[in-house]
Design a binder for this molecule. Structure first.
Ligand SMILES: C[S@@+](CC[C@H](N)C(=O)[O-])C[C@H]1O[C@@H](n2cnc3c(N)ncnc32)[C@H](O)[C@@H]1O
Length: 234
């Protein structure tokens, strides 16, 4: 990501447009080192089994295989993704039939045989709540520090009170390498949601985007945070 996307201390409209163009450019050029073809282990290990209601929000979803995993568990899954290329690749790579509809702010791609939709466009213009649960991997950490409070505020408006939240973050030394994905430390997380529990952390050096290893980073933790209904997990 160019310096312009991290230097702006505000979320002004022209910077937001530049940031969005950068993400679309990443998809166009295949610079998607964050993508986990097999999905995320933290989700599979810690997603609660007894969620009341079943509408799950997956912001900044890319072409994550986790969308499919959640839908196959019977949830009504709604992803939101800026890049049309990511959305189309998701349906093609998983051999899923879909129909598409144009919207004022976001276009909607709906799977025919699964309870799964992806809205294509800017998450900050997405307003099709409420949701019973949030799955965030690669969303909060994709955003620079000045955009994260706005992201959390917008997300909270889309969630029902006491919604289940599973959030995957990264922790590493940003003096060695800059994001995205960014390092988001516990005080910041607890400032957003004080009911999240840190359920696990794992070394992510082997699977993190290659630029981290290339920069000489020797340690990076992937952390799973959860606020959920299952006391055995929390
Ligand atoms: C680091 S990737 C993570 C993707 C996915 N969550 C995963 O785990 O593979 C961040 C994604 O957010 C998308 N994105 C960035 N800004 C966005 C915005 N304002 N609205 C919707 N999607 C956005 C990017 O195109 C990119 O696919």
């Amino acid at each position: 990501m160019p310096a312009s996307t991290t230097a702006c201390p505000t979320s002004c409209r022209s910077c937001a447009r530049t940031v969005n163009e950068d993400w679309i450019g990443r998809w166009e050029n295949g610079r998607t080192g964050w993508h986990e073809a097999g999905g995320n282990a933290g989700l599979r290990n810690y997603w609660p089994s007894d969620i009341a209601g079943n509408r799950v929000l997956v912001p900044l979803c890319g072409k994550s295989a986790d969308l499919l995993w959640l839908a196959r568990r019977g949830h009504e899954v709604v992803g939101v993704e800026l890049a049309k290329k990511a959305v189309l690749e998701f349906f093609t790579e998983h051999d899923l039939e879909y129909r598409s509809e144009s919207g004022t702010n976001l276009d909607c791609y709906t799977a025919i045989d699964l309870p799964l939709r992806i809205f294509c466009g800017d998450y900050f213009k997405f307003d099709d709540g409420p949701f019973d649960a949030l799955y965030d991997r690669g969303a909060l950490v994709a955003l620079p520090g000045h955009s994260r409070p706005k992201y959390v505020e917008h997300t909270k408006k889309l969630l029902r009170p006491r919604a289940v939240r599973l959030i995957v973050t990264l922790e590493y030394d940003q003096a060695v390498v800059q994001g995205p994905p960014f390092s988001v430390l516990p005080p910041e997380i607890r400032g957003y949601w004080d009911d999240l529990a840190r359920v696990t952390e794992a070394d992510d050096l082997e699977t993190c985007p290659p630029k981290f290893r290339a920069a000489g980073l020797s340690e990076i933790q992937e952390v799973v945070w959860l606020a959920g209904p299952d006391p055995a997990v929390t």
